[in-house]
Design a protein around this ligand. Structure first.
Ligand code: AMP
Length: 471
């Protein structure tokens, strides 16, 4: 999963992009990057491992001149966590350059890459996204957007793309619309972002969503929209609303806070906890759902777990060792609110169970008499191949344990999950048109033939752009 942000037509494009990336930090914390293009058509790149706040010093920012900016925050779902896999990708081609930032996962990247390698292409990263750069470089269309459209024919899976070809910004969303992408206006300029919270931070107004399958080009002549890949059935990712997006964002034209509260209310109806005295959230992603649960159940909502904000999302650590260590330092219970009480702990999802198990034992050690776990989503039972990091079924505890085993393993008194229907019912636009493969195992499209290969990437060569470079 990743966050993408782009600006066209603003003299502070790189600085605005950096601000936008701060707002999209929750979508990826492994690396961040910005490409800026100046009026002479020179593209400059700065990429670094780690957080946006760590990645760009004053010197780098001064170098990133021009009125076009494209940025990316990454957590790896295809290709490992390393600087050569940081985005945007910047490549020198024929007489110009291509810069590309991608959110999503391509399901046929391995096959597309082999085809290109058979023809002699040399890859510089292990990311699925790089195949699109190669395909654009080989396309012959008369306009940049025509070349992107040509490159995307036969590319399957989830993608929201921000691309710069010379001095044109091109935006594309896959025809199923898995991942969100919005367009905003900032004065005479245009802003593109994974979530609306990133438009807010730069003072842009929301124009509209990029439509599934739409390809938009912006250049000195204005904005042009075309339907690229033939339209298909819509499969927006329900997990964006359950967990991933920020509650202050509108995603798929609906408020994330509103849908999370509705999920919490529905959870209180489906899985009440009679006799419980306190409801609390596992902060921050389940705050809104816990408020919804408290609202319907009438059980007081308390801030019984305090999160250390200097620690990132525990799950977005690529290794289990990293995840284990971080759970311990991330949360602390408020003993006074828990001691001797029967409590409801609301979380939005359980994946591997590492966080949940650790939290239950913290809450018990703080004196809670009974712990009733309530989850504002259905059990996650299948890996996602469309951009969320839940790659192997064996790691998903709800896929491998019975309900009784889960209760025992997590150490809770009771455990309640939302039903699939209950989870889908409050989604913006109604329950249809959402991908729920990770909850139902019903994949809406063909899945990768070699998922392990897709995740690990295939080979590692030299980076296309050096951490700071010019193309
Ligand atoms: P665990 O108990 O280890 O399965 O972790 C569950 C926690 O991870 C919950 O608090 C979720 O909010 C969070 N979570 C769920 N899915 C993801 C994901 N794909 N990436 C990062 N965090 C996640």
């Amino acid at each position: 999963m990743c966050g993408i942000f782009g600006v066209y037509g603003h003299r502070d494009a790189a600085a605005l992009t950096q601000l936008g990336l701060y707002s999209l930090q929750h979508r990826g914390q492994e690396s961040a990057g910005i490409v800026a293009v100046d009026s002479a058509g020179r593209a400059r790149i700065s990429r670094a491992m780690g957080l946006v706040s760590e990645g760009f010093g004053d010197e780098e920012m001064k170098e990133l001149r021009g009125s076009i900016g494209v940025g990316h925050t990454r957590y790896s779902t295809a290709g490992g966590s390393a600087i050569e896999n940081a985005q945007p990708i910047l490549a020198r081609v024929r007489r110009g350059h291509i810069a590309l930032a991608h959110n999503g996962n391509l399901t046929n990247a391995t096959e597309l890459r082999r085809e290109l390698e058979d023809e002699g292409a040399i890859f510089a990263s292990t990311m699925d996204s790089e195949v699109i750069v190669h395909r654009i470089a080989r396309a012959h269309g008369a306009t940049p957007e025509a070349r992107v459209a040509e490159a995307l024919v036969g590319v399957e899976g989830a993608y929201c793309l921000l691309i710069v070809i010379d001095d044109t910004v091109i935006v594309a969303r896959d025809p199923h619309g898995w991942r969100p992408l919005v367009i905003g206006r900032l004065g005479e300029g245009w802003v593109f972002a994974s979530e609306t919270c990133a438009l807010d931070i730069v003072g842009a107004t929301i124009d509209r969503e990029v439509a599934p399958g739409e390809i938009i080009a912006v250049d000195a002549h204005g904005l042009r929209s075309t339907q690229g890949v033939a339209s298909a059935t819509i499969h927006r990712c329900v997990f964006e609303h359950v967990y991933f997006a920020r509650p202050d964002s509108k995603v798929f034209n609906g408020s994330v806070d509103k849908s999370r509260r509705a999920l919490g209310r529905q959870l209180a109806i489906e899985c009440p906890a009679p006799g419980a005295e306190v409801v609390f959230a596992v902060p921050d992603s389940s705050n809104s759902a816990a408020l919804g649960f408290a609202d319907i159940s009438g059980i007081p909502y308390e801030l019984a777990l305090i999160r250390n904000h200097y620690i990132g999302r525990t799950f977005i650590q690529p290794t289990q060792a990293g995840r284990d260590a971080k759970v311990k330092v991330k949360y602390n219970p408020v003993r006074e609110l828990l001691e001797g009480k029967s409590v409801v702990m609301v979380d939005d999802s359980i994946v591997r169970g590492t966080t949940t198990r650790g939290l239950v034992s913290l809450v018990r050690a703080a004196g809670a008499r009974e712990v009733h776990m309530r989850v504002s989503s259905a059990p996650i039972i299948s890996p996602c191949y469309y951009g969320i990091d839940t790659p192997r079924r064996e790691e998903l505890i709800a896929a491998t344990m019975s309900h009784e085993e889960l209760v025992h393993h997590l150490g809770v008194d009771t455990l309640g999950y939302l039903s699939l229907e209950g989870m889908l019912s409050p989604m913006p636009g109604g329950p249809g048109g959402y991908c729920h493969a990770c909850f139902s195992g019903r994949y809406p499209t063909a899945i990768p033939s070699e998922p392990a290969l897709l995740r690990a990437g295939v080979t590692v060569g030299q980076p296309i752009g050096s951490p700071v470079g010019v193309a």
